[in-house]
Design a protein around this ligand. Structure first.
Ligand SMILES: [Zn+2]
Length: 259
């Protein structure tokens, strides 16, 4: 019997049928079993999607009929995050990072988190999220005592150009043997210091996880219909893996009516 049950998707504000499968080969069979097993409740709860989680140690997954929405990656755990600093392409744009502590920084973080939810949901689910729902979700993150946000400031641009927001500790979820730190969102505004800022914020996240002796887990959103081609998500994942991240598991989804 696969691990299966109902889960509340706070962003799309709907109940989904959630399953965990040991491998990609078994995911459809597990979902079919769960759909039959929970048939009555599926009707009552107005469930339209099955969400499946599978371990993924490689990027190519033979996924006919399933849409891959998210891939989770874990930092390999080195003490030397990203090796020595590479020479900066743009020397004028020196980026400093620090913990977000001021109301001004938190307001920016709040806006970036809202944008991440809106863009992520639009891209992955093809839906617009109601503003109230976004506010609710962002408020929950902002007031979470486990939240740690770093912001990047550029002297040349005279502005805060991006953030990395983490939650720590996240409970052991079966993929990681100990509590871990989740990189909820890392977002940097386009501009001349974007890559420097992204790198500096990633470094902050890695150091924060290493200091707490926790695994650092991040995620990449996939677009519908991207298949196995070299899409945006695939390119991002390739880059992450090259720099030392390890694929951990993937989330897939499928319309419940297809079972
Ligand atoms: Zn700059």
């Amino acid at each position: 019997m696969p691990k299966a049950g109902f889960a509340w998707d706070a962003v799309s504000a709907e109940t989904v049928l959630y399953i965990e499968s040991a491998n990609v080969a078994g995911v459809t069979t597990s979902a079919q079993w769960a759909v039959r097993h929970f048939e009555d409740k599926i009707q009552d709860a107005n469930v339209t999607r099955v969400v499946a989680r599978i371990p993924c140690d490689r990027l190519e997954l033979p996924l006919a009929d399933w849409q891959r929405t998210t891939t989770y990656v874990r930092w390999k755990g080195d003490d030397q995050p990203y090796g020595p600093d590479a020479p900066l392409a743009s020397t004028k744009h020196q980026v400093q990072t620090c913990r977000s502590r001021s109301a001004h920084d938190d307001l920016l973080v709040e806006r970036w988190l809202a944008r991440a939810i809106k863009d992520g949901t639009r891209l992955a689910l093809g839906r617009t999220v109601l503003d109230d729902r976004v506010t609710e979700y962002v408020d929950a993150w902002m007031s979470d005592p486990r939240r740690i946000s770093y912001v990047a400031l550029c002297d040349e641009c005279r502005s805060t150009v991006g953030h990395a927001t983490l939650l720590s500790p996240c409970p052991n979820d079966g993929q990681s043997s100990t509590p871990f730190m989740e990189l909820v969102d890392l977002l940097v505004e386009d501009g001349p210091c974007a890559s420097t800022a992204r790198r500096a914020l990633t470094r902050e996240a890695i150091v924060a996880a290493n200091n707490r002796k926790q695994d650092l887990v991040g995620n990449v959103t996939h677009l519908p219909g991207e298949g196995t081609g070299r899409s945006g998500a695939r390119t991002i994942l390739d880059r992450l893996i090259e720099s030392g991240w390890i694929p951990l598991y993937a989330l897939l989804q499928r319309d419940i009516s297809s079972f």
